[in-house]
Design a protein. Structure first.
Length: 310
């Protein structure tokens, strides 16, 4: 009896050990960002194992875990010739994720490698179809076209292309210098246009100011004094102030008023003519001016002889 009990205990321990070993071999843990694809005797089981603890039949089932996270894959730089015959090197990055774990395992051998090769091929095709200006400035449209080209075959692989971005466009040094000269010329043209517009506006304002000052001459004097004050603020220079003709005219007008009161005419006080020497006729100013214009050179005086009468 005791022998049978010992045999039963031993058998129970063996069964428990086998069960524990079986459970350990059959137990699987699927992470939150993964999905499990089970193959039983080489055939796909329709049920996709969700995240958490799951069991399989050891020896009969094989579990493949598929990552469902968004994968960031850099695309190696591809060299190509654009539509306007410029050699460039372009690299990009692809963001994709698996939406159907079964197709990602069955339809393609290695979906990561397949997506990478498709991205490189599509990138070279985009380079050949685009101009250089599009690669440099119109990248959004190129990104959408590149995404569509990669996503079309990837749909059958259970992969969804989330986003494609062109990172960098490398140009030859000669092309960089040419583009720099073009940008410099464009900047210079814009600067000249802005300067010309400023000169036009300034000339209009100066014309308005000149018209205003012509009506009030004193405004010109005030402006001159303001300029003198602005220059005199800096004590590192010598200021030479010319007397404007307008100021002299202003003083003349100030002196004409007393003269009119004294003489009654605007020609000033009467000045008596200078006395003429005796024996000479009085010569008026017009006659003197005419004689001065018709003056003839005098003959040189020769030796003179005098004779005496006896």
């Amino acid at each position: 009896m005791a022998v049978m009990i010992d045999e039963l205990v031993t058998a129970g321990a063996v069964v428990a050990s086998c069960g524990a070993v079986y459970a350990m071999a059959a137990a699987r843990v699927v992470k939150q960002y993964e999905r499990g694809v089970v193959f039983r005797l080489g055939r796909l089981r329709s049920a996709i194992r969700p995240p958490g603890f799951t069991m399989i039949a050891p020896g009969f089932d094989r579990l493949r875990k598929v990552n469902m996270q968004i994968v960031t894959m850099p695309v190696p730089a591809q060299e190509g010739i654009t539509r306007d015959n410029v050699t460039v090197r372009v690299d990009a990055v692809v963001y994709f994720k698996v939406v159907d774990p079964a197709d990602a395992i069955i339809q393609v051998e290695d979906y990561r490698f397949a997506v990478s090769q498709m991205a490189q091929t599509s990138l070279r095709s985009i380079i050949g179809k685009s101009d250089l200006d599009d690669l440099l400035s119109n990248r959004e449209k190129l990104n959408q076209g590149l995404e569509l080209m990669i996503d079309s075959p990837a749909v059958g692989w259970g992969v969804h292309i989330d986003r494609v971005e062109i990172k960098d466009v490398s140009l030859p040094e000669t092309m960089k210098r040419s583009m720099a000269r073009q940008a410099e010329a464009d900047r210079e043209r814009r600067a000249r246009v802005i300067n010309a517009d400023a000169e036009l506006q300034a000339s209009k304002k100066l014309a308005e100011a000149a018209a205003q000052m012509s009506d009030t001459p004193s405004a010109l004097q005030l402006r001159l004094l303001q300029t003198v004050m602005a220059v005199a603020a800096e004590k590192n220079s010598t200021l030479v102030l010319p007397i404007p003709v307008e100021l002299l005219r202003f003083l003349e007008k100030g002196q004409e008023s007393p003269q009119l009161e004294e003489t009654g005419h605007r020609d000033g006080p009467v000045v008596a003519p200078e006395p003429q020497p005796r024996g000479m006729p009085a010569v008026t100013e017009p006659e003197e001016a005419e004689r001065g214009l018709r003056r003839e050179p005098r003959a040189e005086a020769g030796p003179q002889t005098t004779t005496r009468r006896s």
